[in-house]
Design a protein around this ligand. Structure first.
Ligand code: FAD
Ligand code: EPU
Length: 343
C-alpha cells in the first residue's frame, strides 16, 4: 500500500499521557506522523478538515483547558544525522519528533559543544526554535543554523535561517506572524569541536566544584542535569510545563523603583529594559507552595504551576490568574504566560 494513503486517523483519544501537565482531556480526532511519506496525505487531511488543527510534540509547553474538538497531529519523525563537518565545526540535523534531550546527549557524547547547557529540557527538536528554548546562559539561537519546514497552505518546502526567525527571549516568528502556518520537519545546529564553554551562570561553576569536575562539554551537561533535577519537578511524578510565565522585562525606571523598595530582587540586563525574576515576585506574594485542590504553585520553584493528579486545565488557569493578580497588585508588574494555552 502506498504510505501516502495510510494515515491512521483515530477518534476520541485521551491526551493525559501526551501532555506533561497530565490534563485529562479528549481529542476528537488524532493522527501520528512517523514517516515523511505520510506528509502529502497529512496536508490533504489538514486542508479538508473541518475544525481546528494543532501539532503536538512532547506536549511539554501546552495547557489544554477543555476537550480538543478538532484534529491533533502528533509529530513523531525521528532521526539524527551529520550533514557536514570540518576540523572545527559540525552541522547536526535532528528530525522534529526526536526527543530534545536525546539529541543533546548525542551531541554531548560526541564532544560537539554548544547544546550542553540545554540538557534535560523536555520536548522535541522540532519545537525547540518555536520559543527559542533557553537555560543556564544559552539559547537555541546561539547554535541554530537552519530549519526545514513545509507551508501548510501550499505544501511548499522552505528553509529558515536564523535571520528569518526573529528569535528573542522565549520568542520567534513561529509564535507571531507565522504562528500555525508551517510544520517544522527538522532543525540543523552548528556545533563546535573545540568549543568555548559557557559557565557564566553561577550555579554551573558551583555545581562543577561541588561534583569535583573539570569544565567540559560532558561535565557541564552532567551539572546542568543535576541542577535541574534538584529544582524542577519531573513531569512523570508531578504534572507541569516548566515555567508557566515568562520572566517579565520592564523599563529601567520601573526596575530602579522596585530595586529601591526590594534590594533582593534578582534583575538581569535585557536590551533596553531589565528582566526580573518572576519566581521571586511570586514567592514574595506568599504563593510558593500554594495549593487549591489538585492545582498549585510548586514548592521549590514558584514559577512552575503543578497538577497534583486530577486538576483540570481550568483549575490550573485559576491558579495562574491568582498569581498574575497578586503580582500585579504588589509590584505593578504584568506576567505573561510562556505556556501555550489551548482553549
Ligand atoms: P509541545 O508542547 O508539544 O508544543 C508546543 C507548541 O509547538 C504547540 O503550539 C504546538 O502546536 C507547536 N508544535 C509542536 N511541534 C511542532 C512542529 N513540528 N512544527 C510546528 N509547530 C509545532 N523551556 C525552556 O525554554 N527552557 C527550559 O529550561 C525549560 N524547562 C522545562 C522544564 C520542564 C520540567 C518542562 C515540563 C518544560 C520546560 N520547558 C523549558 C518548556 C518546554 O520544554 C519547551 O517549550 C519545549 O520546546 C516544548 O517542546 P514540545 O515538543 O513538548 O512542545
Ligand atoms: N527565585 C525565587 N523563588 C522561586 C524561584 C526563583 O526567589 O520560587 C529566584 C532565584 O533564587 C533566582 C531567580 O529567581 O535568583 C531565578 O531563578 P532560576 O535560576 O530558578 O530561574 P528562573 O528565572 O525561574 C529561568 C527559565 C527556566 C530555565 C532557568 C535556568 C524562564 C521563564 N524560565 O527560570 O526555563 O530553566 O531560568 O536558566 O525564563 C522554562 O522556560 O520552562 C524554564 C524552566
Amino acid at each position: 500500500m502506498n504510505k501516502a494513503t495510510s494515515l491512521k486517523l483515530q477518534h476520541n483519544i485521551a491526551l493525559k499521557h501526551l501532555n506533561t501537565f497530565g490534563i485529562n482531556v479528549i481529542a476528537r480526532d488524532f493522527v501520528e506522523i512517523t514517516a515523511e511519506e505520510e506528509l502529502p496525505a497529512m496536508l490533504t487531511l489538514i486542508n479538508t478538515y473541518s475544525g481546528p488543527v494543532m501539532f503536538l510534540g512532547g506536549g511539554s509547553n501546552v495547557l489544554f483547558v477543555q476537550d480538543y474538538d478538532g484534529l491533533i497531529i502528533k509529530i513523531s519523525l525521528r532521526g539524527i544525522n551529520i550533514v557536514h563537518q570540518d576540523d572545527e565545526e559540525v552541522y547536526v540535523r535532528g528530525m522534529a519528533g526526536e526527543n530534545w534531550d536525546h539529541f543533546v546527549q548525542f551531541c554531548v557524547n560526541n564532544h560537539y559543544g554548544g547544546l550542553e547547557n540545554l540538557s534535560l529540557i523536555p520536548g522535541n527538536v522540532g519545537t525547540s526554535p518555536i520559543q527559542n528554548i533557553g537555560a543556564y546562559g544559552v539559547e537555541v539561537k546561539d547554535t541554530f543554523y537552519k530549519l526545514e519546514a513545509i507551508c501548510l497552505r501550499t505544501g511548499a518546502f522552505r528553509e529558515f535561517f536564523a535571520s528569518d526567525c526573529a528569535f528573542g527571549y522565549r520568542d520567534s516568528v513561529f509564535k507571531n506572524e507565522l504562528k500555525g502556518r508551517y510544520l517544522i520537519l527538522a532543525v540543523v545546529f552548528k556545533l563546535h569541536k573545540h568549543p568555548v564553554l559557557n559557565t557564566s551562570y553561577g550555579a554551573i561553576t558551583s555545581e562543577l566544584q561541588r561534583m569535583n569536575l573539570n569544565p567540559s562539554v560532558k561535565n557541564i551537561a552532567l551539572c546542568v542535569s543535576a541542577i535541574r533535577r534538584s529544582k524542577l519537578p519531573d513531569p512523570e511524578e508531578l504534572g507541569n510545563a516548566g515555567s508557566f510565565f515568562k520572566n517579565p522585562v520592564i523599563n529601567s525606571e520601573h526596575a530602579e523603583e522596585l530595586k529601591a523598595r526590594y534590594p533582593q530582587l534578582p534583575v538581569y540586563p535585557a536590551g533596553n529594559g531589565v528582566k526580573i525574576a518572576a519566581g521571586w515576585l511570586i514567592e514574595q506574594c506568599g504563593l510558593k507552595g500554594f495549593r487549591k485542590g489538585d492545582a498549585g504553585v510548586h514548592q521549590k520553584q514558584a514559577l512552575v504551576l503543578v497538577n497534583y493528579g486530577n486538576a483540570s486545565g481550568n483549575d490550573i488557569l485559576a491558579i495562574a490568574k491568582l498569581v498574575k493578580d497578586e503580582v500585579l497588585k504588589k509590584f505593578n508588574v504584568m506576567l505573561h504566560p510562556e505556556v501555550n494555552i489551548i482553549e
